[in-house]
Ligand binder design. Structure first.
Ligand SMILES: [Zn+2]
Length: 746
């Protein structure tokens, strides 16, 4: 029995041992044969790392190949933050901070720790502490190598803007990818640089290229070990953007903008020049400006202060005022009213209105009593009374139709992010905007009365007192209802006064300088509203054309050729003797058509923006200009000279002016034929550009729009009335009092 038991036990152990061996052998087999590759990979990951090599972004050039954005090789100091928190890491940070601090006062241990904190995710990748360090800093760091464990000094290609401030709002800048962007696009890795503004953002996908990578071997401390047999895949450069922008014209535009701002002691403005036949943008500038090189990350505190948070009372910098700010047009709106009047059939160009200096119905003033004024003289002298009468006859519906026909209350569709629509008003819009405000007011007032009388009734001691209170309450409610009705008639319902002030450029209109330029171009080219654009083609790094952008007609303006010609003729008179821009162009050898504006800013009493639109040559238009100087007062003396400078450069007159050889009677052949193709009505293929993101938008601070008035200088003319108009009262179209409008002194 015992023996049997023992044998059984022995057999059990025998089988158990066999089973155990089988399991061990199987495990060994899987480890050896099947999982080897997995474990080998893991071991390699510990030792080898793949680091991205950022692709050089595509170049951006002007229409003649002048490079506006490129790349340069810079020395970069980075830190692998793997052992943060350890004593060695703390020591490294301290040592690095001390060394860099000598060259960059803002870099201290906190600065470095903050950057490391912002890049927690991929702890094994080097985090850039400072880009573009000069050779003496490199030498200094190399000499202290042994104190800088985990510090890498490397070369990399980085974005570079050789012209610094030039066209910065157009070109844009780059920035580091955000957490949100990382989640939305697998292309990017933490620390990647991405287009942040302007064309850099708009054409990110074309410009970014394809990142490469390199394998690095590191020791246990995460420091790279030299090894020749490591993998490396080279990056591919992004595609090149060839712009419609002309660097010479851009330079003139910027210099003359700065000159005007300096003379007027102002800091903000915007101007744009477009080819009227194609919509191609030849130059565009916004002030204040920035140097995109200073926004290549990591961005210095100084640059943040200067550009991102300029502080209260300072003008915002990171705002392209050409497309992202809206301004009241002032008298530059009068050609729209003029066209609407003619198109309505209720105004003939030969009709003569009598300007006695005031529109008696609403006590709206003109700059002076212009006397008998027809269409051309009305335009030349910017007579408010003429345009009030023209607007009255046409009616708001027709005026509003032409605001829309000319694209003024829409986005132009320019290939830049952050464009805002212009805004305007008509009876429906006014009611939609104002009725909810009035209703809210009425409801609040009603509740106030209820509350007041509830309390009083509670405190009342006699029946008589209660009855008196109820009577008074009813009376107050009746008065309130009357007040509501008055406000309704005034603030909500469209009044003739609203049409009058809108007609000469005040009221609810607010347009972007881009919209103004585009409408001017449409008047100039005979009624084709084009989509403005900045990129004429995209090329691969080896010069192959990938896509080409053709001119695109957004709208054929519903107006007769005769009426458009009449408006052009009127604008031509503006730059002639008796016109408000005669002072600007009296010595100019090419006929220019223009309109001046002094637009009430809504920012305070007597604060007017100087607005100016123009095209040239007046009889065979090639280019159009729109410009504004914030708080610049008269358009003719603020933005007008900028237009003149630009036209001089465009027509190659820079050297000729003043030498007496070119006179008004000498036709000058434009020296700069349009470089862009002729328009077609087909939609351009636009495969690569992302839709305009509505990024940084925002109109200018608080400007409600009002007025205009144009009086701009009649300097130098023969006194035949050139100045004009203004009127300005401040009244905002939608609720304003028909106050007396006192013209700004001229
Ligand atoms: Zn007048």
């Amino acid at each position: 029995m015992d023996d049997k038991k023992l044998r059984k036990k022995y057999k059990f152990f025998q089988w158990f041992t066999v089973l155990l061996f089988c399991i061990l052998i199987m495990r060994l087999v899987t480890l050896q044969l099947l999982e080897t590759s997995i474990y080998r990979t893991k071991a390699e990951q510990n030792q080898f790392r793949l680091l991205p090599i950022h692709a050089p972004r595509g170049d951006i050039t002007d229409c003649n190949g002048k490079v506006l954005a490129a790349n340069k090789i810079v020395n970069t100091v980075s830190l692998i933050r793997q052992q943060t928190g350890t004593e060695a890491m703390e020591q490294t940070i301290e040592n690095l901070a001390m060394l860099l601090n000598e060259f960059y006062p803002e870099i201290d241990t906190n600065y470095i720790k903050q950057i490391l904190d912002e890049h927690k995710e991929r702890s094994y990748e080097p985090v850039v502490i400072k880009r573009d360090i000069p050779i003496e800093v490199v030498t200094c760091l190399e000499e202290r190598r042994q104190d800088l464990k985990g510090v890498i000094i490397d070369k990399e290609m980085v974005r570079f803007y050789p012209e610094n401030f030039m066209a910065s709002h157009v070109i844009g800048h780059i920035g580091e990818i955000s957490e949100d962007e990382l989640k939305n696009d697998e292309y990017y890795k933490q620390g990647d640089l991405i287009g942040r503004f302007g064309l850099e953002a708009q054409y990110e996908k074309s410009l970014r290229g394809k990142n490469g990578f390199r394998q690095v071997e590191v020791d246990v401390n995460g420091r790279p070990i030299s090894n020749e047999n490591l993998k490396r895949v080279e990056p591919e450069q992004g595609n090149k953007l060839v712009l419609t922008l002309d660097n010479d014209l851009q330079k003139t535009l910027e210099e003359s903008m700065d000159k005007s701002l300096e003379q007027l002691k102002k800091s903000a403005g915007a101007a744009v020049v477009i080819d009227v036949k194609t919509g191609a943008i030849l130059a565009m500038t916004s002030r204040p400006s920035f140097d995109p090189n200073k926004l290549v990350p990591p961005v210095s505190t100084k640059a943040v202060q200067e550009y991102i948070n300029p502080g209260e009372g300072k003008k915002s910098v990171m705002q392209n005022r050409v497309i992202s700010s809206k301004y009241p047009p002032g008298s530059t709106f009068k050609p729209v009213t003029g066209l609407a009047g003619l198109e309505s059939g209720k105004v003939k160009a030969s009709d003569v209105f009598n300007c006695k200096g005031v529109w008696s119905e609403t006590n709206t003033r003109c700059t002076k009593a212009h006397g008998r004024v027809d269409f051309l003289r009305g335009m030349a002298a910017s007579c408010n009374i003429y345009f009030i009468e023209a607007g009255r006859r046409a009616g708001i519906d027709i005026i509003y139709k032409y605001i829309q026909e000319l694209g003024l209350d829409q986005k132009t569709g320019v290939d830049l992010p952050g464009e805002v629509s212009g805004s305007s008003s008509n009876p429906e819009k006014k009611e939609a905007a104002q009725l909810p405000i009035l209703e809210k007011w009425y409801q609040d007032k009603q509740e106030e009365i209820e509350k007041k009388y509830d309390q009083l009734l509670k405190e009342a001691t006699s029946e008589q007192e209660k009855n008196d209170l109820l009577f008074r309450k009813k009376d107050e409610q009746r008065v309130l209802k009357n007040e509501y009705q008055i406000k309704y008639n005034y603030d909500v319902k469209w009044r003739p006064h609203d049409t009058y002030i809108l007609s000469f450029g005040q009221g609810a209109n607010e347009f972007t300088p881009m919209g103004l330029a585009n409408y001017t171009a449409a008047i100039a080219n005979g009624g084709k509203l084009m989509r403005p654009y900045l990129v004429q083609r995209i090329e691969s790094p080896d010069g192959k054309v990938i896509s080409e952008f053709k001119p695109h007609v957004i709208n054929q303006v519903d107006a007769s050729a005769e009426n458009l010609a009449m408006v052009r003729e009127g604008m031509k008179k503006v730059a002639e003797i008796g016109g408000t821009a005669y002072g600007v162009f009296n010595d100019f050898p090419i006929k220019v058509a223009a309109k001046t504006g002094t637009a009430e800013s809504g920012w305070g009493k007597d604060i007017y923006h100087g607005v100016f639109i123009a095209f040239a040559p007046a009889d065979n238009p090639e280019i159009a200009f729109a410009g504004i100087i914030e708080e610049g007062y008269h358009g003719s003396t603020s933005a007008g000279p900028i237009a003149k400078a630009v036209f001089e450069t465009y027509f190659g007159l820079d050297q000729e002016v003043g030498n007496g050889e070119v006179t008004e009677s000498t036709p000058v052949t434009p020296s700069r034929p349009s470089t862009t193709p002729q328009p077609t009505t087909t939609t351009p293929a636009d495969p690569t550009s992302p839709p305009p993101a509505n990024g940084n938008t925002g109109g200018t601070e608080n400007n409600r729009d009002t007025g205009d008035n144009g009086s701009d200088g009649n300097n130098g003319n023969n006194g035949d009335g050139g100045d004009s108009g203004n009127s300005g009262n401040s009244h905002q179209g939608d609720n304003g009092n028909p106050a007396n409008e006192v013209p700004p002194s001229d």
